[in-house]
Design a protein around this ligand. Structure first.
Ligand SMILES: C[S@@+](CC[C@H](N)C(=O)[O-])C[C@H]1O[C@@H](n2cnc3c(N)ncnc32)[C@H](O)[C@@H]1O
Length: 283
């Protein structure tokens, strides 16, 4: 049985020609266009994901696919989409939401702040921005602020479509803490059995946009919070530092930056004061 499986795997990995040069091209292309660094260890993953693209187009080798992505904008987007890692969940790294509700809410009230702007940069399928809006609802922010706006952006157009729909499998309930569920989510019935949907009232506060973090940003105003979590981990040091300096510029004075659990501000530490686990304030 083991031999048959190994043979099937070998056949699968030989289905399309994918040379060292092809893999180097993928590494270069992704780094240049979206800042993502793919180590040599990612070769099998890349082959698996790119194979699906090649098969869909009825091609024989990666070199042919490369020609397609060089001339076809839509296929180029699809190629990038297939290589991004979109893992996320509701209320991931809960301490950020707790900090916003318990510490920032008090601070904003004492400052008399009446308009709040948050950017979820690299929002994937939307669980992160929906967690922010639910958290704001939960802590009474809607009674205090006159204006609340969340910009949620990602490079990947597929995940953004899911995010805009705001419909998730009921399994997502496992990561939504008690107290947030009833007012913020609606359980599906009939055709929608087994699904949950974000309440339409809360959804209205989120503006989903396609933004490549490496490109110019379309913002005129600064943000009170920028959340860029589990995104920079895929970038090299230089790209991370450039991005952090730009986040600094894009934050209001005393604005808050949330990053992912395995990320750090590295050489940009002088720009940000550390407030707690992966929480920083603009200096
Ligand atoms: C692992 S998900 C993180 C989602 C969410 N922030 C969280 O922590 O749960 C990383 C997201 O970053 C996005 N991403 C990667 N490179 C990007 C870039 N250059 N510009 C914008 N988004 C990017 C990916 O498409 C993916 O959806």
């Amino acid at each position: 049985m083991g031999r048959v499986l190994a043979q099937t795997e070998r056949m699968k990995s030989n289905e399309f020609e994918f040379t060292d040069k092809d893999f180097k091209f993928v590494q270069w292309f992704l780094h240049k266009n979206v800042g993502i660094y793919l180590s040599d260890r990612k070769r099998t993953m890349v082959y698996g994901r790119v194979s699906r693209q090649i098969r869909r187009l009825g091609l024989q080798r990666f070199a042919e696919y490369r020609e397609v992505i060089e001339r076809d904008d839509e296929e180029r987007i699809s190629f990038i989409n297939c290589l991004t890692t979109n893992k996320t969940q509701f209320f991931r790294e809960y301490h950020h939401f707790e900090f916003m509700e318990k510490v920032m809410m008090k601070e904003w009230k004492s400052q008399g702040l009446k308009s709040l702007r948050i950017w979820s940069a690299g929002c994937s399928t939307g669980e992160e921005p929906y967690s922010f809006i639910s958290s704001l609802y939960h802590c009474g922010a809607f009674q205090w602020f006159d204006e609340i706006g969340i910009v949620a952006s990602d490079l990947d157009t597929n995940v953004l479509n899911t995010a805009k729909d705001g419909v998730y499998s009921e399994e997502a309930l496992d990561s939504i803490p008690n107290g947030y569920l009833k007012p913020c989510f609606v359980k599906g019935r009939g055709d929608r059995q087994g699904q949950i949907k974000v309440s339409g009232t809360l959804q209205k506060f989120i503006d989903f946009r396609q933004i490549n973090l490496l490109d110019e940003w379309p913002f005129e105003n600064e943000f009170d919070i920028i959340s860029c979590r589990n995104v920079m981990i895929y970038f090299d040091k230089q790209t991370q530092e450039k991005l952090l300096s730009r986040f600094y510029q894009q934050l209001k004075p005393n604005g808050i930056l949330f990053i992912g659990h395995s990320e750090s501000v590295g050489a940009c530490a002088p720009m940000f004061r550390h407030l707690g686990h992966t929480i920083y304030v603009k200096q």
